[in-house]
Ligand binder design. Structure first.
Ligand code: PGA
Length: 251
């Protein structure tokens, strides 16, 4: 049985003290969330060390929002996967559309980053998704399929146990425009089929596929009711502990 997960991507928000308060509130409310729903929070790099002291021993797991494509050395400004595990991080998000769009993250780079993250012992939340032009041109299935193939087809069925996919249509991120449950479900089902083609039905069936893009308490229930939607990657609504937990209670 694949795991249900609600993950909060804080992006470049909160000061460190604010992040600590938010993490404390999430941990305090996390006891309301059933055992079969995993909770992950992804604060900025600067907060990870402090926040890990708060999440430790709770059901809330800790994620970074990115990691470097090298393990150490002269790469000013970068943070390597082993550094993340050294502060208690269990996950990293990779390939978020904001990184693809603003920081030149390519599928080739994501293969390297995913490999290094897995080697360091991190789980990976790999983001895929089409932009508005691609959707309007009817290319959304193809775009997501290619992103999955370009990155994940370089890995093994064993690796897939540590990989979660997040489908995030770029036109729905931070815009208030959610994909309808049907629009999201058809892409999720397609992603699962693309995974099954390479890794077999069992691995595809066991892979958690999250939806992201203006997911909030008011629409989470309908999205999570879809057979191939296993939870959410939450941006804006993850900055309020009440909303974040409310979403995690929407299965
Ligand atoms: P949003 O962001 O929920 O604010 O749309 C989701 C994401 O980018 O992960």
């Amino acid at each position: 049985m694949r795991k249900k997960i609600v993950a909060g991507n804080w992006k470049m928000n909160t000061s460190c003290p604010e992040g600590v308060e938010l993490a404390k509130a999430v941990v305090a409310k996390s006891t309301e969330v059933p055992a079969n729903v995993g909770l992950i929070i992804a604060p900025p790099f600067t907060h990870l060390c402090c926040v890990s002291e708060i999440t430790e021993g709770s059901k809330v797991e800790l994620s970074a929002q990115n990691c470097a494509d090298h393990t150490s050395g002269a790469f000013t400004g970068e943070v390597a996967a082993p550094m993340l595990t050294s502060v208690g991080c269990q996950w990293t998000i990779l390939g978020h559309s904001e990184r693809r769009q603003y920081y030149g993250e390519t599928d080739e780079k994501l293969v390297v980053k995913t490999k290094l993250a897995l080697e360091a012992g991190l789980g990976v939340i790999l983001c895929v998704g089409e932009n508005l032009d691609e959707r309007e041109a009817g290319k959304h299935f193809e775009v997501c399929e290619n992103q999955i193939k370009n990155v994940l087809y370089n890995f093994t069925a064993e690796d897939m146990k540590k990989i979660v996919v997040a489908y995030e249509p770029v036109w729905a991120i931070g815009t208030g425009k959610t994909a309808t449950a049907e629009q999201a479900e058809e892409i999720h089902a397609h992603i699962r089929k693309v995974l099954a083609d390479k890794f077999g039905a069992q691995v595809a069936d066991d892979t958690t596929i999250l939806y992201g893009g203006s997911c909030k308490p008011s629409n989470a229930k309908e999205l999570f009711a879809q057979p191939d939607i296993d939870g959410g990657l939450i941006g804006g609504a993850a900055l309020k502990a009440d909303d974040f937990i409310q979403i995690a209670l929407s299965f």
